[in-house]
Write a protein of this length. Structure first.
Length: 294
């Protein structure tokens, strides 16, 4: 009789000890937008539930997750064994604000992370102001030319009817040109649209319209020709980037470059392939949303 009682005790203890163990670590650069890799060190578990603390979840064993903004996030992992028993563990993760001025431009084709340059403070300040006001939300890329650029920022494009001519709208003011020798029209460059020289000899920028360079291959001969025509000089590094990535160097010193796509260059390619009408407006609307990464 005593031996049977002992076996029952052992079975009860064994069942209790079969609960899963929830444990994890993480790694990555803790600066927004932060791509974090999670290493699952749980034991005796067959499925997992992750809560990343920013409204997103996952059931992958070892997920990666991008934190789009800085903040203090509570990460929760629930480890579950084959019998449905659970164990939960949580840990705080702190994501710091970026050290450079960054914005995220969202489209149906994917998102782009764009750095706004400190060297063009008037354009940077204005773009941030409009983005934080929600000015760009639901506006269109209304002019798209494959191998050249994709342009948007016309407030008249919001809810514009099909085929409506666009490109003349703005916030009612312009921004003085800010030409900087180190900022050129390489692939992915963000630049300000503007009115032509005949009505705008000072090359002042539109208060809201911008374009992102798609560009074509660039060779040394074309750069030499532009240097001769415009009296400018490209650095060795600028020539390397133009040769490697392409761009639209004939626009240098004509339009203000004030940013650069640092993530999501493939999104430009996708937008540039959109079917367009005879005004270069995409047949299917390409909407945008812009937010400042803090």
């Amino acid at each position: 009789m005593m031996r049977k009682i002992a076996w029952v005790i052992l079975l009860v203890v064994g069942a209790a000890c079969s609960r899963p163990v929830a444990k994890f670590t993480y790694s990555g650069e803790m600066i927004a937008p932060a791509e974090i890799q999670f290493e699952n060190q749980s034991e005796k578990a067959t499925s997992y539930q992750w809560d990343f603390g920013d409204g997103n979840t996952s059931e992958k064993a070892e997920p990666n997750h991008k934190y789009r903004s800085s903040g203090n996030y509570l990460i929760t992992l629930t480890a579950i064994n084959e019998k449905g028993k659970k164990k939960v563990t949580s840990e705080r993760l702190v994501v710091n604000a970026p050290t450079t001025c960054l914005i995220e431009l969202e489209t149906a084709f994917g998102n782009m992370i764009i750095q706004l340059y400190d060297a063009t403070p008037k354009h940077q300040e204005n773009f941030i102001k409009l983005a934080e006001e929600g000015f760009y939300d639901s506006l269109l890329f209304h002019r798209v030319i494959d191998g050249f650029m994709v342009q948007g920022g016309d407030p008249k494009s919001k809810n514009a009817r099909k085929g409506q001519p666009l490109g003349s709208g703005g916030p009612g003011y312009t921004i003085p040109a800010e030409f900087v020798d180190s900022l050129v029209h390489v692939r992915g460059a963000l630049a300000a649209a503007r009115m032509g020289d005949n009505v705008n000899p000072e090359k002042a920028s539109s208060g809201s319209q911008f374009y992102i360079v798609h560009g074509r291959p660039v060779n040394e001969e074309s750069l030499n020709r532009i240097e001769s025509q415009k009296g400018i000089r490209y650095s060795k590094r600028q020539r390397e980037i133009y040769n490697e990535k392409g761009g639209t160097p004939f626009l240098d010193r004509e339009y203000t470059v004030f940013g650069q796509v640092i993530e999501g260059l493939d999104v430009i390619d996708k937008i540039a392939k959109s079917q367009t009408d005879n005004r270069d407006r995409p047949i299917e609307n390409v909407e945008m949303k812009i937010r400042v990464i803090k």
